[in-house]
Structure formats: structure tokens, C-alpha cells
Design a protein around this ligand. Structure first.
Ligand SMILES: C[S@@+](CC[C@H](N)C(=O)[O-])C[C@H]1O[C@@H](n2cnc3c(N)ncnc32)[C@H](O)[C@@H]1O
Length: 207
């Protein structure tokens, strides 16, 4: 593992405070794409987008939850051209996402709160890099499956650092028991290849 990018170190040191999260990503928005894709070998957006793309068609509307600068939207657009909406806490990251020209609607939103989105609004949801240290915890998954249609796919990465610590396996089992979602697959996937980090790629289906 090489020397960690100082902005990545700041991101991993977050503790869920909304202002701190906004401050880190305000500083990171400009260099984020190069720092992560080139500097860290950030392959999770491509892997997750490919996974969702295999489940949907170009006539579908999907939500990119915690879309950041739009790396996931760009991949999805290249792979199957669905209509993509994005939400994120950081207005600075959303500004960069807007410049990619692949999103329909882009709004600020806090994924730890109830979203201003109707039940069953989307044909799929994707969230990459958001379920990680000090960002968003497992309970936010319930809101993601609420906004997709029954049977629609949710593709979510969970960083290896928080999988056990924050009780994701137990939370997902509880979601199944509560009849909110079915777990289709949970598999180990590369995340930041150059930093040596992996993630759990969770493929759920709204019940
Ligand atoms: C590591 S970036 C991932 C961005 C993008 N999905 C990607 O893969 O490049 C994490 C993103 O989560 C967003 N975020 C953190 N906490 C959030 C929250 N409570 N609600 C919405 N977005 C949040 C940050 O603003 C940031 O854009």
C-alpha cells in the first residue's frame, strides 16, 4: 500500500458530521476524479455500473445516490444510457457531476434522512463510495430500496473498513426479515486497487 492521499485520509477520518463532510468534498471536488481514478485505481464505479447496467435497459430511470462528481453516472451512461438522476450532500461535488452532462436531475440531499422522493419512483438505484467510514451507515439502505419499484435492483458498495464494524451483514439480514428487500448477491470486489482496498458489492432487490 503506498502513501495515502491526504484528502482520502481526511475522508476516512470523518465521523458523520454533515458540515465536515461538505468541507472535505469542497476541497476535493476539483481534483477528485484524477486523484481517485488515476491516483488510487478507483475501479468501484465501473464495476458497480456494469453490474447495474446488466439489470436495466435504456428506457429505465435510475438514481445515483451519493453521486459525487458523477463517475458512476458517466460509466452507466457509456454502458446503457438510462435516464440518471443524482443526489449528494455536497453542492461542490454536484457541480462537477453537472459538467459531465449525463444526469437528468441533480439535487442536494442527505441520505441519512428521508428523501424527498416518492416510493417506487425508480427502476434501479446505485450507490458507490458512500457506505464508508464516517459518511453514511447501514440504515440508509432502507431509504434506497424504498424509492425503487418492487423487484428493481439496488447496487451498493460497502467499504471493507466498515462492513463488520458497522454491522452491515446483520442489517441486510434484518431488511430481508422485515420484507423490505431480498439479497441477490454479496460479493467481494476491488475498490481502490492501488491503495489495496476492497469492498462488498451488494446486489439487492426491492420487495
Ligand atoms: C467517496 S465519494 C463517492 C462519490 C461517487 N459515488 C463516486 O463513486 O465517485 C462519497 C460521496 O458521498 C457523499 N456523501 C457523504 N455523506 C452523505 C450524505 N449523508 N448524504 C448524501 N451524500 C453524502 C459525499 O458528498 C461524496 O460526494
Amino acid at each position: 500500500m503506498g502513501t495515502e492521499n491526504p484528502l482520502l485520509t481526511r475522508a476516512y477520518a470523518l465521523a458523520g458530521d454533515r458540515d465536515d463532510i461538505r468541507a472535505v468534498y469542497a476541497d476535493w471536488a476539483e481534483s477528485y476524479d484524477d486523484d481517485t481514478l488515476i491516483g488510487m485505481g478507483y475501479v468501484a464505479p465501473a464495476i458497480a455500473a456494469e453490474t447495474l447496467a446488466s439489470e436495466i435497459s435504456s428506457s429505465d430511470r435510475v438514481l445515483d445516490a451519493g453521486c459525487g462528481t458523477g463517475l458512476v453516472g458517466k460509466e452507466l451512461h457509456e454502458q446503457c444510457e438510462p435516464t440518471i438522476d443524482g443526489v449528494d450532500l455536497s453542492a461542490d461535488m454536484l457541480k462537477k457531476a453537472r459538467q459531465k452532462g449525463v444526469y437528468d436531475a441533480l439535487e442536494t440531499a442527505d441520505l441519512t434522512q428521508k428523501l424527498d422522493i416518492k416510493d417506487d419512483a425508480y427502476d434501479g438505484v446505485i450507490s458507490v463510495g458512500v457506505f464508508t467510514s464516517g459518511h453514511v451507515g447501514p440504515s440508509a439502505m432502507n431509504e434506497l430500496v424504498r424509492v425503487i419499484k418492487p423487484g428493481a435492483p439496488a447496487v451498493i458498495t460497502v467499504h471493507e473498513k466498515v462492513w463488520d464494524k458497522d454491522g452491515y451483514a446483520e442489517h441486510l439480514e434484518q431488511m430481508e426479515q422485515d420484507g423490505i428487500a431480498k439479497i441477490r448477491e454479496i460479493r467481494e470486489a476491488p475498490y481502490h486497487q492501488k491503495e489495496g482496498y476492497s469492498c462488498k458489492l451488494c446486489i439487492l432487490e426491492a420487495a
